[in-house]
Design a binder for this molecule. Structure first.
Ligand code: ZN
Length: 195
């Protein structure tokens, strides 16, 4: 289950504040024994991440996991990033924040509707490169930032700071709640998926 991941994304923190905030959260996780202090474990396709700590079992629900299991690294991103749910990042539709009508991406038999996703794909790239990621609605012709479109939660999250736990059993609700508090009360997104 090494390719299963869970991401906690801070949607509000500025790029300037992302690294200092990440450092505070990492210090808390290390102090709690949830992760080890040095980045010693390689994250697939990225640099090294933090290894799980001696108290990992206190923040996860490992019901259904065969013993002994081993958690993977924690990857911390402190730059503007589109976080996606890997194989699960395939939303059925997105809701326009202006006219509240849905733009469908698939036919009923899950065949892709040609071109429907293109404006969103372009906006993802634009947002990643520092733009607003505006998407024009085919129904009302109004343009809205990608992050304001509804219905894609769980597939995509946008932020300057994200924590991705690789190969950990499900994080507990109590841990996620405490994690949110450590992010200065910012809006957060939680996502899980597989590569
Ligand atoms: Zn619209």
């Amino acid at each position: 289950m090494g390719d299963y991941f869970q991401s906690i994304v801070d949607r509000d923190v500025t790029e300037a504040d992302a690294a200092p905030l990440a450092a505070r959260v990492v210090a808390w996780l290390v102090a709690e024994g949830v992760i080890g202090p040095e980045r010693t474990e390689l994250v697939l396709g990225k640099g090294p991440g933090y290894p799980p700590g001696p108290r990992i079992r206190e923040v996860v629900d490992s019901t259904g996991w065969g013993e002994p299991w081993q958690g993977g690294p924690l990857d911390v991103e402190v730059t503007r990033t589109v976080f996606d749910a890997g194989q699960g990042a395939d939303p059925a539709s997105a809701g326009c924040p202006r006219c509240e009508r849905d733009v469908e991406f698939h036919e009923e038999d899950w065949e892709e509707i040609p071109g429907a996703w293109d404006p969103f794909s372009e906006a993802l790239t634009d947002w990643e490169e520092g733009g607003e990621g505006l998407v024009r609605c085919v129904h009302c012709d109004g343009s809205s930032p990608l992050a304001d479109w509804t219905g894609m939660d769980g597939c995509f999250a946008f932020g300057n700071l994200g924590f991705t736990f690789w190969g950990w059993p499900d994080l507990t609700a109590a841990f996620l709640a405490e994690f949110d508090r450590r992010l200065d009360g910012h809006r957060t997104a939680f996502m899980s998926g597989k590569l």
